[in-house]
Write a protein that binds this ligand. Structure first.
Ligand code: TYC
Length: 139
């Protein structure tokens, strides 16, 4: 683990001093397994042994299909099967929803995966000379 002092994944000097002075924290009651700071009870003396675990959930993005008047229904169903791993039945349901309501959700993904799906769908539609559009929005 490398890092710079002041970054979020290292313990702050204030936090180390607090742990070294507070017997509860120094005894490891904060839930981490980083309890041998080697400070010998001297406030502010010790070693950063381990970064605090960061478990934030990633932001998720809905991938949307947009209706148009020209893309064949069968092509949209194929797109949903091919790029979104939908069954024929689920794909048909989503396609009809988009056809009637104008927009529908194909799936929910992390940013990079959503971005890739959008590009793949637009590219595939273009190559088949269909105007089908696909976009993404934050969940
Ligand atoms: N509206 C199209 C048609 O009548 C079908 C269609 C459905 C097109 C969904 C795009 O995302 C779409 N042929």
């Amino acid at each position: 683990m490398t890092g710079t002092f002041g970054s979020n994944d290292l313990m702050s000097v204030e936090e180390m001093e607090c742990k070294a002075t507070n017997p509860l924290l120094a005894a490891g009651e904060d839930g981490d397994d980083n309890d041998q700071h080697g400070g010998g009870g001297r406030p502010g003396v010790g070693t950063v042994v381990k970064a605090k675990p960061k478990t934030k959930k990633p932001a998720m993005y809905r991938v949307l299909l947009l209706n148009d008047d020209y893309t064949p229904m069968e092509f949209v169903v194929h797109v949903l099967e091919r790029f979104f791993n939908k069954s024929r039945e689920a794909a048909t349901e989503i396609m009809l929803h988009v056809h009637h309501r104008g927009v529908g959700v194909c799936g929910i993904f992390t940013y990079e995966i959503a971005e890739t799906k959008v590009s793949q769908v637009i590219d595939f539609a273009r190559r088949h000379q269909h105007p089908l559009q696909c976009t993404m929005e934050k969940e």
